[in-house]
Write a new protein. Structure first.
Length: 151
């Protein structure tokens, strides 16, 4: 392993896993997904974007992510993120749907959650219909692609 590392184990009740050594990096973006499909939610009614109800150009949506780096108003380690003022990322990530950039309206820790980022975006008007690849980039690293149905 190159760079800083940490030793990690998981404890549940009296049982604990073996410790493993993991790298510590500032940015390692990832989008929450179910299989290869991104879990993307419509802001208007909090329903999922699905193949039966695909996203549309200019629609406001949000998704959850990890690894987007430092935030303002950071909670203490292990504490839920505050709802006011919000814990926003210090550097706005780039979100792409297919070849098009999404307008990022908010990126920061999801209020009430521990260590989970919420990213609110406007889907690009120019996105082509079908299954588009969604990615997020932060600090020079890009997430793996997840698929999002759009029309």
């Amino acid at each position: 392993l190159v760079g800083p590392t940490a030793r990690v184990s998981v404890q549940f009740g009296a049982a604990a896993s073996e410790e493993i050594q993991v790298p510590v990096v500032e940015f390692q973006p990832g989008i929450f997904a179910s299989g290869s499909f991104g879990i993307v939610v419509r802001s208007a009614d909090n329903t999922l974007v699905t193949e039966a109800r695909p996203g549309r150009g200019n629609e406001l949506v949000y998704f959850y992510a990890t690894g987007l780096g430092p935030v303002t108003n950071a909670p203490t380690t292990g504490a839920a993120s505050p709802s006011g003022p919000l814990a926003e990322v210090r550097n706005t990530p780039e979100v792409r749907l297919g070849a098009d950039r999404c307008e990022v309206l908010f990126a920061g820790l999801a209020p009430g959650f521990v260590g989970i980022y919420q990213v609110n975006v406007r889907l690009p008007a120019s996105v082509l219909p079908g299954l588009a690849n969604l990615t997020i980039s932060a600090g020079g690293s890009t997430s793996r692609e997840v698929r999002v149905p759009v029309q």
